[in-house]
Design a protein around this ligand. Structure first.
Ligand SMILES: Nc1ncnc2c1ncn2[C@@H]1O[C@H](COP(=O)(O)OP(=O)(O)OP(=O)(O)O)[C@@H](O)[C@H]1O
Length: 473
């Protein structure tokens, strides 16, 4: 995590009245903002800002010696990234307009209303964190770098869209805001959730809960715990998973399946970081970072009245969508190699060599179960494998018969345009046709040099030679 992002949550309160400073600080602390610094001597502010980083300042306008009116332009010009909220006893429009013109983010009228203070600070922090993300994203766009590749070690990919997702996750790793991961089943959402936790550098635990099939009682009890005597059999008070995830990450999977009551509780947790243990009237605070995932289409669920609109918009803040495997075909050879190795290790066998046409065959399959399905297929093939080159039979058995390719109608120009293979062949081709086509294209590229064409196709010269002879016969 870089320095800029590490300090994005720090708040500075400036007022000459110590009592006001203490009250505001404890209100903000109670609202979950732990990092609050106070200063009652306005003449020390500029030197403090040159030494330490702050995301937000709440600045009293009327102070002896150096007033907030004088400080505001100095802060804005020397530290334009800081969001300044001015506090004024004077609710006249002109003062407020002047401060906003100078660059203030918001204003509060004294005596300060606690709710208004918390809302304004929260908004300012969000704006600051968005600005940080934008800056970092711009830097990433130009450098294509990853600062923490080790956080993604378990995710095998060479795909550009996936790499962009990794970069985005690095950018937002400095915030504690919730992240929502969408994508079809088996695309790796749980792996991404773990990577978000690894990136956060949090000392707390990573705790995962699949909420599918939990009714509201089970959801609340598992997540929030209960007080003693909350229901029959609750002999002891018990903490929920949210307590275990304190200072860490709580991953809630399958949130598209949550019932209405639990959705309301999740919304409260996301908005206020607050929850009630079952049977308790005392609100509790949580500092766990929430990562949520679903393979359902949430907008479709909203249309059907099964998912709350307000919860959906709350989830939209930081969101990543994982592409299905059929949209990242360049990952298939890498994943195949990876799963061959892990299956062989697990079964205590020598890693088999895959036939070169296997990757092509896999690339043509729809993979409704995505990477999980590929992993299972490869495991099964390695289990049945004895020696030498891996047999295609297991794959043909599943891909060719039990789970056929989706039927494609290439007769319309639109369909041909959508599927590049239809565009080339005029119909959806057989594997033999694809093989012939690829060999012909590779030979053209290699200007007839069989050794070079073999390298392009990932096969030896002799194998290519045999296939050319077969095609000619
Ligand atoms: N890029 C990848 N590299 C290596 N293994 C992967 C990759 N993506 C997914 N996997 C493996 O595929 C399986 C499914 O991944 P995961 O459980 O993260 O998917 P998911 O999207 O959370 O699925 P679901 O929606 O069904 O919960 C796991 O065994 C995981 O290790």
């Amino acid at each position: 995590m870089n320095k800029e992002m590490k300090y994005t949550q720090r708040i500075l309160l400036i007022d000459d009245e110590a009592q006001i400073l203490e009250t505001c600080r404890s209100c903000l602390n109670n609202a979950g903002h732990a990092d609050v610094v106070i200063e009652n001597d306005s003449s020390k502010v500029m030197s403090l800002l040159s030494r330490e980083e702050f995301a937000v300042i709440v600045l009293d306008l009327r102070m002896p010696n150096l007033s907030g009116f004088e400080l505001l332009p100095q802060i804005i010009s020397q530290h334009p990234q800081i969001k300044v909220i001015v506090a004024t006893a004077n609710n006249d429009v002109e003062t407020v307009v002047n401060c906003i013109k100078e660059g203030a983010f918001d204003y509060l009228v004294k005596p300060i209303d606690v709710k208004r203070l918390i809302t304004s600070v929260r908004k300012a922090l969000e704006m600051r964190s968005l600005a940080n993300e934008l800056t970092a994203l711009k830097q990433y766009m130009f450098t294509d770098r990853l600062d923490h590749p080790e956080a993604f070690r378990s995710i095998v990919t060479g795909n550009k869209a996936m790499r962009a997702i990794f970069q985005y996750l690095e950018v937002i790793s400095g915030t504690r805001q919730a992240v929502t991961i969408t994508g079809e089943t088996g695309t790796g959402k749980e792996l991404i959730a773990r990577a978000i936790h690894n990136l956060s550098g949090c000392s707390g635990e990573y705790v995962a809960l699949n909420v599918a099939g939990l009714d509201d009682n089970m959801f609340s009890d598992t997540l929030f715990g209960h007080r003693k005597g909350a229901f029959t059999g609750a002999d002891q008070a018990r903490d929920g998973l949210i307590t275990r995830a304190s200072g860490g990450t709580l991953f809630l999977d399958e949130i598209g399946d949550l019932n209405e009551m639990s959705q309301i509780k999740l919304l409260r947790l996301l908005q206020e970081q607050e929850y009630y243990p079952v049977g308790s009237d005392f609100i509790k605070k949580s500092d766990a970072r929430l990562v949520l995932a679903t393979n359902r289409d949430l907008q479709e669920l909203i249309k059907q009245g099964k998912f709350r609109n307000d919860l959906y918009y709350r989830l939209c803040g930081h969101r990543v969508h994982l592409p299905p495997l059929r949209d990242r075909l360049d990952d298939i050879p890498l994943l195949l190699e990876h799963f061959l190795g892990s299956a062989a290790d697990c079964l205590g066998k020598k890693k088999p060599t895959p036939p070169p046409e296997l990757a092509v065959m896999l690339a043509l399959y729809h993979f409704p179960g995505n990477i999980r399905e590929l992993e299972a297929l490869v495991f099964d093939a390695v289990l049945r494998h004895n020696s030498g080159i891996l047999s295609m039979e297991t794959f043909r058995g599943v891909i060719g018969h039990e789970r056929p390719l989706p039927t494609l109608d290439c007769s319309t120009p639109a369909a041909a345009g959508e599927n590049p293979l239809c565009g080339i062949f005029g119909h959806f081709p057989t594997l033999d046709e694809v093989e012939q086509y690829m060999i012909a294209e590779a030979m053209k590229l290699a200007k007839g040099n069989q050794g070079l064409a073999g390298k392009i196709l990932g096969m030896g010269r002799q194998t290519l030679n045999k296939r050319l002879k077969l095609q000619a016969s």
